[in-house]
Design a binder for this molecule. Structure first.
Ligand code: NDP
Length: 327
């Protein structure tokens, strides 16, 4: 028997999450059984732990959209007992039991070998949020980063913190947008060269285009802020749209696309093919300074998760929460 955070739903439709003991025979089908070491808290995990998720199809459920650990048993030739692995995406923690558990059983196709230069804890300090930040940066590079600062929205959150650190390490000027002025020192330490107050960008657009300001953007917020930012991009610059922490609507006009050739790039970390995942993890090991990553980390245990799930939905988590499932 081993520990897992199990979310149950009662007959009235109310959910509750608690650490329970479960057995290997209860795990879902899969080719590889992993002794999980670390998982993390992402925005989606907040939805899956809490009542209103919509992402969870069946209860009881074990959330945790990412994990890193050691292979315990494998029916797939690509993995053997003792291999270190990392998992993000593939609806694990939503449609399939996830990483808030000391053991997980998954399809071999969903795993990636831990890249050289990262241990399992560091891999989860990065986690889905950091992996997505790297995909967002790679998408900007593929489309050409223009001169001028790169804007990162939702900067003190998970995606934003890692994007800020990577972009700064690559030598770019980074303008970090935050609604929490008290995080300014933290963001500057990650490499931000300019702090932009959320209120400056959160208003509904009044004009479809404003002065050209940003050479690229990693946007974790969406909504009014994304609409506003589109009209401030430099000619031909790109926005990697990652998230919707500020809303799913997009009250924009087509003008920035027509008159400034702005590119809006959708970033999806969930269904990335194996080769892309490997490439992104290798770039993370190379281009994300580990001291900066360490500055983002808040440690947690399985029993901390219900509270942290609520916090992340309120935008109150700073950086990355790393869950030691064996603590
Ligand atoms: P976090 O909660 O860690 O960060 C989100 C940040 O957005 C907050 O820290 C806050 O930053 C800012 N924010 C929150 N609410 C608002 C608001 N109402 N208006 C403006 N800014 C706001 O979440 P993550 O970084 O883990 O995820 C960010 C988004 O990206 C989520 O929507 C998530 O679902 C999505 N995501 C998408 C992925 C993909 O594959 N496309 C993968 C991973 C995440 P600050 O305090 O600095 O203002």
């Amino acid at each position: 028997m081993f520990n897992a955070l199990v979310v149950n739903k009662n007959d009235e439709g109310k959910t509750s999450a608690a650490v329970e003991q479960i057995g290997l025979d209860q795990l879902p089908a899969g080719d590889v059984t992993v002794a999980v070491e670390y998982s993390t808290v992402n925005y989606k995990d907040g939805l899956c732990i809490g009542p209103g998720g919509g992402l969870v199809r069946n209860y009881p459920h074990i959330p945790g959209i990412d994990f890193a650990g050691t292979v315990e048993a494998s029916d797939d030739a690509r993995y053997k007992a003792g291999d270190k692995v990392v998992l993000t995406g593939w609806r694990v923690g939503e449609a399939h039991w996830g990483g808030y558990s000391q053991k997980a059983r998954v399809k071999a196709d969903w795993l990636v070998p831990l890249p050289n230069g990262l241990d399992t804890r560091q891999a989860m300090a990065v986690g889905t949020a950091g992996f997505t930040a790297m995909l967002a940066v790679m998408a900007l590079e593929d489309h050409g980063i223009k001169d001028g600062p790169i804007l990162v929205t939702g900067a003190a959150g998970g995606v934003g913190s890692v994007a800020t650190a990577i972009l700064a390490h690559l030598g770019h000027q980074v303008a970090a947008v935050t609604g929490r002025p008290e995080t300014a020192d933290y963001l500057t330490a990650l490499g931000a060269t300019q702090i932009v107050a959320r209120e400056e960008l959160n208003e509904t657009i009044k004009r479809p285009m404003e002065a050209e300001a940003w050479g690229g953007c990693v946007d974790a917020v969406g909504g009014d802020m994304l609409a506003r930012v589109l009209g401030q991009m430099k000619y031909g610059a790109s926005v990697s749209a990652v998230g919707l922490a500020g809303g799913a609507g997009l009250p924009a006009t087509v003008i920035p696309f027509l008159l400034r050739g702005v590119n809006l790039l959708g970033i999806d970390s969930v269904m990335q093919p194996y080769e892309n995942r490997l490439r992104a993890w290798e770039r993370i090991a190379k281009d994300l300074p580990m001291d900066k990553l360490e500055a983002m980390v808040q440690p947690a245990t399985l029993s901390d998760l219900p509270g942290l799930g609520r916090d992340i939905l309120k935008g109150q988590v700073k950086g990355r929460v790393v869950v030691n499932v064996n603590a």
